[in-house]
Structures are given as structure tokens and as C-alpha cells.
Design a binder for this molecule. Structure first.
Ligand code: ADP
Ligand code: TRP
Length: 332
């Protein structure tokens, strides 16, 4: 039996944070043990929002270095940049011709943009570029070109997977069973990691703890975790305290229990707990930070790894596109 394929794309839209590590990167790396995995940097998807050459380049490298630092083995996983595979854009056109426009009108990110404009009584398509509108078609091409069976994604990407399946079905109906219908793998079990302000940790809220900060900056960021202003001796509520929620991710069960008790009984200072969290987090990220810094200071090594992945990915893409071109009557 041939091994099933797992594939996912990661948008280089900012510096990766601990939410990304627990919610996406670690589960995907674990999946690569039992699937034939293709993981890529979705740089052309990022172009729908990132409009600065330097930022784009930096973010691509930061994301690539983060995955390698988190343990992705480029000899086991095909790791590449979306933009290195021109076949995906030809395939995007083919799929666009099978994608009902109404389906794109209903895609969440487009619909949200329209709703925001309408709420402000602006033209409904103000600020909407065709990249945002076609986003789901490019994503379908990313997935279907490699015949992926499983696609690990966050909950917010579920609709995009449904769209990819619908487009694949439309293609297969016209041309025979050439495309594999992909299934999303949604990490329900992974908790949502809170940010320094207690909301979901997210680049969009500017509340993240970036993964591989230098120790000095990491300490500063941890000191910015928002708490209430209760004094050391006062009893406190651990459950609603985001400092405790973040602490729990890194401490031993015994230490968690001790700290929880100190919350209830009083005698715990937030400053002390932040210092302890810094030590834990610093130890946790130290090995990865070394790898991360190495790659960011040797970008040519990163480029080499991504080029090696692109070569393998491209061979798969070319073979599939050839079948597609034959199926639609472009090649004999
Ligand atoms: P952000 O919200 O920072 O822009 P993305 O939307 O780029 O993050 O997230 C990429 C993946 O990282 C998501 O699919 C999700 O699985 C995971 N992720 C992001 N933030 C968190 C979080 N706070 N807790 C758990 N997982 C998260
Ligand atoms: N849209 C995804 C996100 O925002 C990124 C992505 C692009 C992707 N192409 C993909 C994810 C293909 C899975 C498969 O997170």
C-alpha cells in the first residue's frame, strides 16, 4: 500500500509564536512520522496582505527557520516555497474555470471584508484585491496538485478545505477520478494558547510571545504579561490568570500544583512567577533558538534546503499537471 500524503501551507505573515508551535508546528511535525509529508511556505498567499519586500523576505526566512528549529527534518518532509513551483499557478487557472463564482462569494475572508465595508457604508469591495478573492482556488491547487489526503489546519481553514473538495469533485465529474478529495485534520484537542493580554495569542492582536527571542527580549516580553494588581499575600484566581495559563504549558505537574495552591492561599507574587516562567521558557526554547539563529545568519543554507524540497515537490507537481493537461484536452 502506498503511504497517504499529508500536506499543509504556512503563511509567512509574521514572526512565529508559541501558539503556532503548539497549535500547528508540533502536531504537523508529529504527523510526518506516519505520512508522506509536504509542508510549504505559502508566500504567494501572504502577498494578499504583505506589501513590503523586506518584510516578505524576512518573514519567509523566519517561518522556514522556525520549522527547522522546531524539529522538521528536511530529509523526511518535502519542505519548499509555494512560489518555487510555477505549475501551481497554471493549475490554479484550470481550477478557477471549474470553481463557481458563488462559492467564492461565500468564502469567509471575502465575506468578512465585504461585511466590514458595508457596516461602514463603504463600497462593498473596497480594499479587496483579486488575490483575496481567489485565495481559496490557489489553496485548492496547493492541495490537489500533490494529491494530499490529509491537511492539518486550524479551525479557521475548514471552509477552505470544503471548497477544495467541491472544486475537486467538479473536476472529477467532468474528467474522471483524477483528483484526490482532501480531508482536513483539525487539532481540536490542542488548547488555544492565550496571549500576554489573555485573548487568543495571535499576530493580529499584537499579544504574542515570539518563539526564539534573544533572552533579554524574552524576559521583557514575559514581564509584559497582563495580570491583575493583587499583592503578594492576597489569594488569587489561577483559572482566570493568563500568566498561570501560560506557565502551565511549561512547568512540571508538581510545580503546577504548588503554584495553584499558592494562588488560592496567597503568598505568590506575579513578579516571581514571571521570573520562573522566563527560566522555564528560556530553557525550553534554547536548543531551537540556536538552530533558528544559525539559519537566519546563514540564509544561503535555508535557501539550499528549500531548493532541495522544491525540486522534489516540482517533480510531483509536473507529473500531476501533465495528467491534468491531458484530461482537459490541452495535451495529447
Ligand atoms: P495568527 O493568529 O497569529 O495569525 P495563524 O492564523 O497564522 O496565526 O496560525 C497558524 C496556525 O497556528 C493556525 O492554523 C493554528 O492552528 C495555530 N495557532 C495560531 N494561534 C494559536 C493559538 N493561540 N493557540 C493555538 N494554536 C494557534
Ligand atoms: N490558508 C492557510 C492559512 O491561512 C495557508 C495555506 C495556503 C494552506 N495553502 C494551503 C494550508 C494548503 C493548507 C493547505 O493558514
Amino acid at each position: 500500500m502506498t503511504q497517504e500524503i499529508a500536506l499543509t501551507g504556512i503563511k509567512p505573515t509574521g514572526t512565529p509564536h508559541i501558539g503556532n508551535l503548539f497549535g500547528a508546528i508540533q502536531p504537523a511535525i508529529a504527523m510526518a512520522k506516519s505520512y508522506s509529508a509536504l509542508y510549504f511556505i505559502a508566500d504567494y498567499h501572504a502577498l494578499t496582505t504583505v506589501r513590503n519586500q523586506k518584510a516578505m523576505q524576512e518573514q519567509i526566512r523566519q517561518v522556514a527557520a522556525t520549522w527547522l528549529a522546531a524539529g522538521l527534518n528536511p530529509d523526511e518532509v518535502i519542505f519548499y516555497r509555494q512560489s518555487a513551483i510555477p505549475e501551481v499557478f497554471e493549475f490554479t487557472w484550470v481550477l478557477s474555470c471549474l470553481a463557481p463564482k458563488g462559492l467564492m462569494n461565500r468564502a469567509h475572508s471575502y465575506k468578512d471584508a465585504v461585511a466590514k465595508n458595508e457596516a461602514k457604508r463603504l463600497d462593498s469591495d473596497k480594499g479587496v484585491n483579486m488575490g483575496l478573492y481567489n485565495y481559496p482556488v490557489l489553496m485548492a491547487a496547493d492541495i490537489l496538485l500533490y494529491s494530499a489526503h490529509k491537511v492539518p489546519v486550524g479551525q479557521d481553514q475548514k471552509q477552505h478545505l470544503e471548497i477544495a473538495r467541491d472544486i475537486a469533485q467538479a473536476f472529477n465529474q467532468s474528467y474522471g477520478e483524477l483528483l484526490v478529495l482532501p480531508e482536513p485534520i483539525i487539532q481540536e484537542a490542542v488548547q488555544t494558547i492565550p496571549g500576554i493580554d489573555g485573548r487568543k495569542m495571535s499576530k493580529s492582536y499584537d499579544n504574542v510571545i515570539p518563539l526564539y527571542l534573544p533572552p533579554k527580549d524574552l524576559k521583557k516580553r514575559i514581564n509584559q504579561i497582563v495580570t491583575d494588581s493583587k499583592g503578594v499575600d492576597e489569594p488569587k484566581d489561577a483559572e482566570s490568570c493568563n500568566l498561570f495559563q501560560i506557565f502551565k504549558l511549561f512547568a512540571t505537574p508538581q510545580r503546577i500544583a504548588e503554584v495553584e495552591l499558592a494562588y488560592t492561599e496567597g503568598g505568590l507574587g506575579y513578579g516571581h512567577l514571571k521570573a520562573e516562567l522566563f527560566e522555564l521558557l528560556d530553557t525550553f526554547v534554547a536548543p531551537g533558538r540556536k538552530t533558528y539563529t544559525h539559519y537566519l545568519t546563514h540564509p544561503q543554507e535555508l535557501d539550499r534546503i528549500l531548493a532541495q524540497g522544491a525540486k522534489k515537490a516540482r517533480a510531483i507537481a509536473q507529473a500531476k499537471l501533465k495528467q491534468v493537461r491531458q484530461a482537459i484536452g490541452m495535451d495529447s
